[in-house]
Design a protein around this ligand. Structure first.
Ligand code: ZN
Length: 283
């Protein structure tokens, strides 16, 4: 099942590129608010799986917004792929490296993103979306708490990320306006042959920069849910950015960072692709 935010309205995929407006098709049982559905995810799944009506909309890429536009919490994991830890010159972590991208940095899968001054880098990532409150959940039960996946970019301004005396705080450098694009759809786990092994990557101006499989993660998504939910509850509609593979611009020789005018395309198999262009930031 594919769930979209089409021009601000909750939309259910029906067939390849067709869809229905959920509020209309459900006769008001569910509102049009794409964020509100996660608090009623089980009800929604039951309705959506039984829906047999016709498609009423075409999924116009240009109208797609973030499938989870206002998450209460956004968790992000650093150094979660072995080759990425190596390119960063760091030892493999013995527990997840956790930071946040503040929720107001979330944006949609297409369009322009302001490039602030500094060293702006790309990080293609699989993003897990919480569908059921997860409080002290064991890894063995964790998949039951995931609504599905979307693609994400953990955009990062490296100078602010690493500024100041140790220990540096990543959060602000990863939370500029538009620095957490997600999309193009929320895709439920039953759509994947193996939700633990997906190909993902990104290109800058048509040049392949990252390409890897999520099976190479150090801490699996179930392990991350167990680790995080031991500390605090994960809420319906929360996001977990699960880490980026190797190939980031900051670790390249010479460095290859995002400049004004660059186009960044990010994809994950089965989920789809996002396309963004960087524009000068307002002063
Ligand atoms: Zn990241």
């Amino acid at each position: 099942m594919r769930v979209y935010n089409l021009a601000g309205r909750l939309t259910l995929g029906v067939g390849a590129e067709a869809a229905v407006d959920v509020e209309t098709a459900s006769e008001g049982r569910f509102t049009a608010d794409p964020q509100a559905v996660y608090a009623r995810w089980d009800d929604f799944l039951a309705w959506a799986r039984a829906y047999r009506g016709p498609a009423t909309h075409v999924v116009d890429e240009a109208l797609l917004l973030a499938p989870v536009p206002q998450p209460a919490q956004v968790f992000a994991i650093g150094l979660n792929y072995r080759e990425h830890a190596a390119e960063a010159g760091l030892a493999l972590p013995d527990r997840p490296v956790v930071f946040t991208k503040f929720p107001a940095s979330v944006t949609g899968p297409h369009g322009h993103i302001e490039r602030p001054p500094g060293s702006v880098d790309f990080e293609a990532e699989l993003v897990a979306v919480i569908g059921r409150r997860a409080d002290r959940v064991a890894a063995a039960d964790a998949w039951d708490h995931i609504a599905g996946f979307t693609a994400g970019q953990d955009l990062s301004e490296r100078e602010l990320q690493f500024a100041g005396s140790a220990p540096q705080q990543f959060n602000l450098g990863k939370s500029y306006r538009g620095f957490a694009p997600i999309g193009p759809a929320l895709v439920t786990l039953d759509e994947f042959a193996d939700p633990g092994d997906l190909e993902l990557g990104c290109e800058v101006n048509g040049r392949r920069m990252q390409q890897a499989r999520t099976a190479d993660m150090i801490f699996s998504i179930p392990q991350l849910v167990e680790y995080l939910s031991a500390v605090l509850p994960l809420l319906p509609g929360d996001l977990i950015f699960t880490g980026t593979p190797s190939g980031i611009g900051w670790a390249r020789q010479p460095r290859q960072l995002l400049e004004v005018g660059d186009e960044l395309v990010t994809w994950i198999e089965t989920i789809g692709r996002m396309r963004h262009r960087f524009v000068a930031a307002q002063r």
